[in-house]
Design a protein. Structure first.
Length: 443
């Protein structure tokens, strides 16, 4: 933890508010990841008071959990324009535009320098978890005076719950901390929860800190997307043989290979070719479609119970499970806020038709702004990955355009808020660095 973070976090919330917001309520930003920090940069640029709340001990805490993973999108799409302008005023030099950064590099080379800018640092509180939001003096059912009432945020700091008010809220908390379960029906079971020490949700650092965990083991990788493919490729690089089982719900393994040599992006096609070769060489045992209904633990190891084309099926003797089945948003702390959420994607409702993964890839999602993201609760917005709900088609650049438009609206620049523009290649910006052989979803 660096000195900057310690200094910021030493503020007591009451003193912090009294010092900075005595005469004007701030705009509260929840989550100091790329999109939350971009929102802060835009508010700085507009001269607006804000408070930036992060539950982790560092900015970008969630990203650091997959810090070894290389993004699909190059630096030019991962840096907000206004944030870049503020940084360059201090002599900061942006990384090479076409380079593909790891998550760790995004945090250390971009997010932390941005958070250290005095205009942002003095409004940042770390280890401050928002546990609930309401409207001052009103429960969810009350209408009278609702639009004019301040938001009230309940914040946990060092085991104590503090309370503060805000005139607007931007929720940029993402979805990373809430992975989907292994169960094919997307239901959490007590058996799965009891096996947590044998299950990794996400992309483990197989070539680094997690090497010993998987060396010489029988490992089941659950999921049919790029994250699962990269996990399998990394497992195949371990010195001692690892027995890998690839569990998918797809009808056939070929559906996971993508375009290969026909892919519009050569590097993404190479990813498909590599996993195709591993399967053909028998280095990974494919089980698809295999829909897991239950887990159990026996003397021989973990047992995955479910069904395939022939009916009931069991995979026994597994030592470790790595699951890459996506994540979902957390609305539990928003129970007292009026929201409009799509019942299928769990995205912002008006956004759902634009991002539905049944119809769109990351390259075909059109830019959108304040009007699409507007909630029934006036001046409350869900942005970034969380605005997409369960859809995996999010790009950082899209999140930056979201907050640019929202900030413009909140400061009264309605015309600017409606001019939503974002230049992306039609194929999206998905690519992969084949040296590290790791990637994320679309960034």
């Amino acid at each position: 933890m660096n000195t900057c973070n310690l200094q910021v976090n030493n503020f007591k919330l009451e003193d912090f508010i009294m010092e900075k917001y005595a005469n004007e309520l701030p705009i509260a930003i929840i989550g100091a990841g790329p999109v939350g920090l971009a929102a802060a940069a835009h508010l700085v640029n507009c001269g607006q008071k804000f408070i930036l709340l992060e539950s982790g001990v560092r900015v970008g805490s969630n990203i650091l959990e997959w810090g070894h993973v290389r993004l699909f999108s190059p630096w030019q799409y991962n840096i907000d324009k206004v944030a870049k302008k503020l940084l360059e005023q201090t002599g900061w030099i942006a990384p090479a535009a076409e380079t593909l950064p790891t998550g760790k590099e995004v945090v250390e080379l971009y997010l932390e320098p941005l958070a250290k800018l005095p205009q942002i640092k003095e409004h940042l509180l770390l280890e401050s978890k928002v546990v609930s939001i309401s409207k001052k003096g009103l429960d969810k059912m009350k209408n009278a005076g609702r639009d004019d009432a301040a938001f009230v945020l309940y914040i946990e700091q060092q085991g104590l719950t503090k309370r503060m008010e805000a005139k607007a809220v931007i929720d940029a908390t993402g979805t990373w901390s809430h992975p989907n379960p292994i169960n094919a029906d997307n239901i959490w079971t007590s058996e799965e929860r009891n096996l947590q020490k044998h299950i990794f949700y996400g992309i483990p650092d197989i070539g680094g800190s997690q090497r010993e965990r998987y060396t010489g083991k029988r490992v089941a990788v659950v999921g049919g997307g790029h994250s699962a493919i990269n996990t399998i490729i990394e497992l195949s690089q371990l010195e001692n043989e690892v027995e890998v089982y690839w569990v998918m719900r797809k009808n056939k393994v070929e559906d996971a290979y993508g375009g290969e040599e026909k892919d519009a992006l050569e590097a993404r096609g190479e990813l498909g070719r590599k996993i195709h070769q591993l399967v053909d060489d028998g280095k990974v045992k494919v089980l698809t479609p295999f829909k897991i209904h239950q887990l159990s633990y026996t003397n021989e190891g973990i047992e995955l119970i479910g069904e395939n084309r022939e009916g009931e099926f069991k995979l026994s003797g597994i030592d470790e499970i790595i699951t890459n089945t996506g994540s979902r948003p957390d609305f539990s702390f928003l129970r007292e806020i009026r929201l409009s959420i799509d019942p299928a994607t769990e995205s912002v409702e008006a956004l759902s038709p634009l991002i539905d993964p049944n119809l769109h890839s990351c390259g075909t999602v059109r830019p959108h702004g304040e009007e699409i993201l507007r909630q029934p609760e006036k001046n409350f917005y869900i942005v970034g990955m969380k605005s997409y709900g369960r859809a995996p088609t999010f790009l950082m650049a899209t999140g930056y355009e979201q907050v640019r438009s929202i900030v413009a609206f909140l400061v009264g620049d309605i015309e600017s808020s409606k001019k939503v523009e974002l230049q992306l290649p039609e194929t999206g910006v998905c690519s992969i660095n084949l040296i590290s052989k790791t990637s994320s979803c679309c960034g």
